[in-house]
Structure formats: C-alpha cells, structure tokens
Design a protein around this ligand. Structure first.
Ligand code: SIN
Length: 314
C-alpha cells in the first residue's frame, strides 16, 4: 500500500510561461513561474495542499531538454517512487519534448506508481490558460485507483509514454497516440480507462537508473532524415566526428534514398549503430527478411534515439 502524498516536480515549459501582454499566446517566455505557485493557482487543488509536495527540478523551455536534466529528473522520480508515503508523481513539462522525456522515464523507472507528465499549450497569462485544468487532471490520474506507469495528461486525454506524440504546434489539443488512441479520458476529475494501465518494467529498470546516476558522458546518437535529393554527406561528417549511433527517419516503410543508405551501411560497417524509423506520423516500419539495417520496433525517430542511447549505455 502506498501513502497519500503526490509529489509535483517542476521542469518549466509553457505551463510555467508568462507574457508581458495578457492574452498573447505565442510571444511569451516559457519557464518563468515556479511549480509551487502553479499549484497555488489551481482552485481544485487547494483542498489537497497538505498532500502535495512541490519540488523544482529545472526551469527550462523543453526545446533545450538534455541528458543532465533527464538524469536529475529520473533520480528525483526514483527517490520519490521508493517512498512509501508517495502515491504518485506529477511532472510539469514543456509540450515540445514531452514525449521524449516520457519515453526516457518509461525506460529507466520502475514505475509501479503513476508518473504523470503534464503541460500546457497556453502560458499562465493567456485569456484561457489550459495549464490549471491539465494540472488538476494530472493529479486526478496520479491518484486514480490502479494507475501505474509513465503517462501524459493534456486536454482531457491520458496517453502512454510509448505512443504519445505532439502533432500540432498551436492547438490546445496537441497530442495523440495515433492508431492506438488515448489510454483514458479525464472527465470532471474521473478517469475513464479505454485500455489497461501500462505494465511496469518489473525491476529491470533499476539497473539503468544506477548507471544513469554515474555516467560521465551520454552516448552520442544523432537523427538523420531521408528525403528527395538526400546525400550521405551528413552521415560521413558525423562518423568522422565520432557519432556512436544514428537513427534514420526513413520514407514510408523504412526506405532510404540510395545515397544516404550507402553512407549508413558504411557507418554500420565502421561500428556505428544504425536504426531505421519512419517519417510517417502513424504506423511503424514493418521489417522484412534480409533487412540490412535494424528497425526501431515501432518507435518514432526521437524515441528510437533515446532507446539507442540507453542501449549504448548498457
Ligand atoms: C516548451 O516545450 O517548453 C515550450 C512550449 C510548450 O510548452 O508548449
């Protein structure tokens, strides 16, 4: 049995953004308001004040997310998840790399309790900010009976770390799980499940978290895109520069411009790990016998990059 405490870890993002001009939805600065103040601004959370513990892990625009913030966040999550007083964790985060942080945490945490990332598409100073409702909904998910795993909550939808993807740069309803659909909806504080909660990693993840606490340098993995007129020049430069892994965002079902493909095959022969994902926003690469380059097993290019970084760490 776990306790009642909900830990809310702040990392920045538009949810903590402000604009000099009230109502400006694009000309604002992300990551200005501390997470404790964000919580105070949500009327529905005031009754829970005694059970909410706010902690500021970072204060950044998530376009600048990096391994050091991920490390700090993963270690704070791992710490709080082992506290029997803690029921779940909420993380406030920018929308731009939310899916990457969610996937990273999913890979490294033994999330038998819910770890819920939430965000906003409108800054705190907007005429209709979406952050307060998203925060309230994230706490509802973190306290939902049986909730487990790394989850994201925005615009009334709950998504799992594996499939969630930001697909719109402006609309409040910016996230989807593509073909798979949302895991659940949050309606007036009630969580309506449409699928099972994601299973936890059953202790396997703990090894990774210890490694993450001690790594000196993150493996260098870059993403290249196959497109009309592509060449292998970028790959050749990256290999000379010491890249350890390459994810290629392929056309269609994992196909690559012949010039880029030749460079990737050379890179692989030189010891660089190469993984194919697809540029298509829906579906995944279906592997064929005889494929020379591995596929990402359904991960988008940005998530395949994280999986490859963790593979290289192992
Ligand atoms: C960010 O990702 O930190 C800025 C954009 C956003 O949160 O919507």
């Amino acid at each position: 049995m776990s306790g009642q405490k909900i830990v809310v870890l702040g990392t920045g993002g538009t949810i903590a953004g402000t604009s000099a001009q009230a109502g400006d939805n694009i000309g604002y600065t992300a990551a200005q308001v501390g997470v404790a103040r964000l919580l105070e601004a949500v009327p529905g959370l005031q009754a829970m004040a005694g059970t909410l513990l706010a902690e500021q892990v970072a204060q950044i625009d998530s376009k600048d997310m990096d391994g050091e913030v991920w490390r700090a966040l993963a270690l704070r999550c791992a710490h709080h998840l082992t506290d029997p007083e803690v029921r779940g964790i909420v993380i406030t985060h920018g929308t731009d790399t939310l899916e990457e942080t969610a996937w990273f945490l999913h890979q490294v945490l033994d999330a038998r309790k819910p770890v819920v990332l939430t965000c906003a598409m409108r800054p705190a100073t907007a005429l209709t900010p979406d952050g307060p409702q998203n925060l309230l909904d994230a706490v509802a998910v973190a306290t939902a009976p049986g909730a487990t795993g790394v989850l994201t909550v925005a615009a009334g939808e709950v998504h799992g770390a594996r499939h969630v993807q930001k697909v719109h740069p402006y609309r409040v309803h910016a996230f989807t799980s593509g073909d798979v659909g949302p895991l659940a909806f949050v309606e007036e504080g009630a969580v309506r499940l449409t699928q099972n909660w994601p299973p936890s990693l059953d202790g396997k993840a703990q090894i990774a978290i210890e490694k993450i606490a001690n790594i000196a340098t993150w493996p260098r993995v870059e993403i290249v895109v196959s497109h009309a007129g592509a060449t292998g020049a970028v790959v050749d430069v990256l290999v000379r520069d010491g890249v350890q892994g390459l994810v290629v965002a392929c056309t269609g079902n994992g196909t690559i411009h012949h010039a880029l493909e030749a460079a990737l095959v050379r890179a692989q022969a030189a010891g660089v790990k190469v993984v194919r994902s697809t540029r298509c926003p829906l579906g995944q690469v279906l592997p064929k016998p005889g494929d020379v380059l591995a596929d990402s097993r359904g991960l988008s290019p940005v998530k395949a990059r994280i999986a490859l970084m963790l593979d290289l760490l192992r």
